[in-house]
Design a protein around this ligand. Structure first.
Ligand SMILES: NC(=O)C1=CN([C@@H]2O[C@H](COP(=O)(O)OP(=O)(O)OC[C@H]3O[C@@H](n4cnc5c(N)ncnc54)[C@H](OP(=O)(O)O)[C@@H]3O)[C@@H](O)[C@H]2O)C=CC1
Ligand SMILES: N[C@@H](CC=O)C(=O)O
Ligand code: NA
Length: 914
């Protein structure tokens, strides 16, 4: 290894007199670039190989360990470009400790590309430490000295861990040399009480210089032909007005070729973040500068690929802190990546994409802490992407949000057709230095609305009020309104372009989650659709749209009211099916609360259904309907809420209207709402029809049998119902199917109750009220406007037992009437007939009836067994032979199964795959 040094000049004595006279001049002319470069070009002319400017200018130019091979052929010295190069970039956390630097070295050594260029940041926290040195020195805070010692210690101890022998000695000598120069520079700043921008950039860039040197020494130790590069010698950038820089590719390429001719090698470890101006003044690439360095280097080398190593598995479809089901995207187009970045996704700074996009160089985002994760590839969209273009997620790649925004709405009739209005608005905004994040104007031109960061909106509003004072005073403009507390939600996807239905799906999902959209913007490129929402709705909206586009599960927050026979069977069915629903059907049903008449159990993340009974006992609290609803629905992290009413209570049914109005979906086997007062029923159905909120009640008729859905299907497809006749009561079906062979009526009723067929009070079955309710439900569904009282009902409850105080008392008294029932049964039997309790909806005569009838033993109604219901639909299409639905129409399992079906139907309406 060759090394040399040449003392050029000594650091001049710094005195307050010097600096107070002209500190700025002092810094540049006595210490910095021009002086240094002059010497360098002089040396170059003499054919000396110069070190990079890792060393402090003006003191000692000291070549480091950079090897100068005298036997390198001319061909080798020419910069090979293209596929042979792969570029890697490792951020501060990747090189944050000695072990991590070794891991980085392993990754580089395992990359079998012919040539590699590696861009490294400073060790984590070092850049902040360096800025702190400057801050302290210019604040005349002596502790900059001890802080600088800490910087020295951090690098020195890391070097001791990973280097040894000559490598360690070389690095340490360079480090101490740099530190002593920095000490002198900081002293100058301390005295001047000021640091210029370029001086600051020069100081902070040392973190990258040291990490690049250490890494290159570790790699060289493993026998790889490796050089380190101070990118300030190569990367030339022009500052722009907006605190950004534009690379000068031509000049950088020229310098790169020169650098390579002097440093031919297979692996280059380059400093990230730092560069020079065309005047050779040190500068930085600003925020996320190292990513940008890697992208520019990738472009200069026309590399095969640029890999950005970070601490996440790739680019997520949405912020995983907000959407736990967010997925890693395998690919993103360049345009999608920059749209996602703009809208706050932690992808890459948009400017990082531009250099590589020009040459179609793919960028890989990989996790250094999880090498098994394949990461995200950002590239031109491939032809293969069209293969599975059927899936919605191929149209919308991801969602991003920006919070803390305010909308400004400039409105007035005097704007339409007046050229220059928009220009005047936005020049006023520019004058206060506010950043416009999104603009929307409808073609009526009566208003322009735009989003700005909340912290800038006051100044913007004042500027507009003042700029348009006259127009506001004379009414040409009606208002400059500020809508605070807004967020932006953006859907990003290149293939949304020209694909009908994507925006419809997006807005549909938002509507279903009850989210109000305040403003919309979509450019002609169609790469993103931006909506402005209330900030408090943002996460809920993000989850709703994310799940709608199949990126994650359809999650429904559920509240179960009435954990009685049916409710508890439903909870057990949900428990048993939960994991299959999640894994196979992407549906996540979370029971957030269970409410009975006296107690309730609430959970923030979802009740563990394996233990819901114990948990109710252990953690149950006093029932409070308002708190229950607020808890289940107030969860802004779950976009959809459903309340399942498993009571038979009309008070609970009275809440449906309010729940639906709040955007809470309702599922129920409770017949009270649909068979209650007609005006309330009509009001409820009207609300449900005009909203995006669903109300499902299949289990109210025939339990799990498809009765309501069959009727709807007939009606919606244009059939006309003539008559619906059937045995609608599982209880009464069971009773009359088994009330034979001399058995007592009361005994069979007891069996029906035991089997779970009856209503909580069996008198509701025997009185015919339950059947009458079902008849009313079907009659109303078919379009008849009937009240329950319009249905003549033959009650089977013996007159004296109608006043019994409880169901229990009724059951005790019933045997007294067994004889009476036995007689009716014998009469029918003697006539070769059976007794059947039926309900009829007569559409021709617009009426309904519920009564005990006798049927011949060969009639289909006589063929039933168990709790079978049988319902015959006679319609215009099914006139000669009615459409018959038959099967068990009562019982805990089939009823809970019917409710469960409705819940899944709801999930499918909300976007789950169907
Ligand atoms: N059995 C069947 O085959 C079929 C039943 N259905 C319907 O299913 C529903 C439930 O029936 P089932 O399970 O047998 O009835 P249960 O009596 O077994 O259960 C009713 C539940 O509702 C709760 N409840 C009652 N009032 C309130 C209230 N105001 N607030 C909160 N909770 C309340 C009760 O709580 P608590 O115990 O604390 O009072 C109980 O947990 C009924 O509407 C029924 O018509 C529909 C089709 C078939
Ligand atoms: N008690 C009812 C249950 C279903 O609604 C019946 O017996 O049919
Ligand atoms: Na049903």
């Amino acid at each position: 290894m060759a090394s040399f040094s040449a003392t050029v000049s000594q650091l001049p004595n710094i005195s307050p007199t010097h600096t107070s006279l002209c500190p700025h001049q002092y810094i540049f002319h006595s210490q910095c670039r021009p002086f240094f470069l002059k010497r360098r070009s002089h040396s170059l002319r003499k054919g000396l190989i110069l070190p990079s400017r890792r060393e402090s200018p003006s003191i000692t130019i000291c070549a480091s360990f950079t090897d100068v091979s005298s036997n390198v052929s001319l061909e080798e010295k020419q910069l090979p470009k293209g596929e042979t190069w792969s570029v890697h970039k490792f951020g501060g956390t990747c090189v944050g400790t000695s072990q991590r630097i070794k891991n980085v070295a392993d990754i580089i050594l395992n990359d079998d590309s012919e040539r590699k260029l590696v861009v490294v940041s400073a060790m984590s926290k070092v850049t902040d430490m360096m800025y702190d040195l400057i801050y302290k020195a210019q604040s005349r805070d002596e502790s900059y000295i001890s802080s600088l010692d800490a910087v020295l210690e951090k690098h020195s101890s890391t070097a001791h861990d990973i280097l040894d022998g000559d490598n360690l000695a070389t690095f340490l000598s360079q480090l101490h040399h740099d530190i002593s120069n920095l000490k002198a520079m900081l002293r100058a700043i301390y005295i001047a009480g000021h640091a210029t921008e370029s001086f600051t950039d020069f100081v902070v860039g040392h973190g990258e210089l040291w990490s690049a040197q250490m890494l290159s020494l570790v790699i060289r130790k493993n026998g790889t032909d490796c050089k380190w590069m101070d990118t300030r010698d190569v990367l030339i950038v022009n500052p722009t007005s907006s605190n950004q820089v534009d690379p000068d590719y031509l000049e950088s390429e020229r310098r790169l070729e020169k650098w390579y001719s002097l440093n031919p090698c297979k692996a280059i470890i380059a400093t990230g973040f730092i560069a020079s101006t065309p005047q050779n003044i040190p500068t930085t690439l600003k925020r996320d500068g190292s990513d940008f360095s890697a992208a520019i280097m990738g472009a200069l080398f026309r590399a095969r690929q640029v890999t950005i190593w970070t601490d996440v598995d790739g680019v997520y479809s949405a912020d995983p802190r907000k959407v736990s089901e967010a997925v890693i995207l395998k690919t993103l187009s360049y345009q999608e990546a920059w749209e996602m970045s703009y809208f706050g996704a932690n992808v890459l700074h948009p400017r990082t994409i531009i250099p590589v996009m020009r040459y179609g160089i793919p960028i890989m985002i990989r996790n250094i802490f999880n090498l098994s994760a394949l990461g995200t590839k950002i590239c031109h969209p491939s032809v293969n992407d069209h293969e599975d273009s059927q899936n919605l997620q191929n149209y919308v790649k991801g969602f991003a949000t920006i919070d803390n925004l305010a909308l400004v709405n400039v409105e007035g009739t005097g704007m339409a057709g007046v050229p220059g209005t928009a220009s005047a608005i936005f020049s006023a905004v520019k004058d206060v230095g506010a950043n416009v994040i999104m603009i929307s104007q409808a073609s009526s031109e009566h208003s322009v609305c735009f989003a700005v960061p909340e912290k800038e909106v006051k100044a913007v509003a004042e500027a507009l009020q003042s700029r348009f004072r006259q127009a506001l005073d004379n009414g040409r403009l009606s208002q400059v309104a500020v809508i605070p507390n807004c967020s932006i939600l953006a859907a990003v996807g290149q293939k949304m372009a020209s694909t009908p239905g994507v925006s419809a799906t997006l807005f549909n999902a938002l509507a279903k989650a009850g989210i109000n959209v305040r403003a919309i913007a979509q450019g002609c490129s169609e790469y993103n659709i931006t909506v402005v929402l209330k900030r408090e709705d943002c996460i809920k909206a993000l989850r709703a749209v994310h799940s709608r586009f199949y990126l994650s599960r359809t999650t429904i927050a559920m509240g179960i009211v009435g954990p009685g026979l049916i409710g508890s069977t439903l909870l057990d069915q949900l428990r048993d099916q939960a994991s299959i629903l999640k894994e196979e059907f992407n549906i996540d049903l979370r029971v957030m609360g269970i409410l009975s008449s006296k107690s309730m159990l609430l959970s923030d993340a979802g009740i563990d259904l394996a233990r819901w009974r114990e948990l109710r006992k252990e953690r149950g609290e006093a029932a409070d309907m308002e708190r229950f609803v607020q808890h289940v629905h107030g969860n802004h992290f779950i976009p959809n809420t459903a309340i399942v009413d498993c009571t038979a209570d009309s008070v609970i049914a009275g809440h449906y209207y309010d729940w639906l109005r709040k955007g809470i979906h309702v599922v129920t086997p409770n017949k009270k709402a649909n068979s209650g007062p007609l005006d309330q029923y009509l009001r409820l159905r009207a609300l449900q029809r005009q909203s995006y909120t669903h109300y499902f009640y299949e289990a109210t008729v025939g339990a799990g049998l498809p009765i309501v859905s069959t009727l709807r299907g007939l009606l919606e497809t244009g059939d006309r119902i003539l008559q619906i006749e059937g045995i609608f009561s599982g209880t009464l079906s069971y009773i009359f199917n088994n009330f034979k062979d001399g058995r007592a009526f009361s005994e069979v009723v007891g069996e029906a109750k035991e089997a779970g067929y009856t209503e909580p009070d069996p008198r509701d079955d025997l009185s015919g009220t339950d059947v009458a309710r079902k008849v009313i439900i079907l009659a109303r569904e078919s379009g008849l406007k009937l009240e329950l009282s319009n249905i003549p009902v033959e009650s089977l409850v013996p007159e004296p037992l109608r006043v019994c105080a409880s169901a229990q008392e009724f059951m005790q008294e019933l045997p007294k009437f067994d004889q009476e029932f036995a007689k009716k049964q014998d009469d029918a039997e003697n006539a070769g007939e059976v007794l059947r309790y039926v309900g009829v909806v007569d559409m021709t005569n617009k009426k309904g009836v519920v009564e005990l009838r006798r049927y011949k033993k060969d009639h289909p109604f006589a063929q039933l067994s168990g709790s079978d219901n049988i319902i015959a639909f006679t319609t215009r299409r099914y006139k000669n032979q009615p459409l018959i639905v038959r099967g068990p129409g009562a019982g805990a399992q089939v009823t809970a199964g019917g409710i469960f079906c409705d819940i899944l139907r709801l999930a499918s309406y909300l976007g789950a795959p169907s």
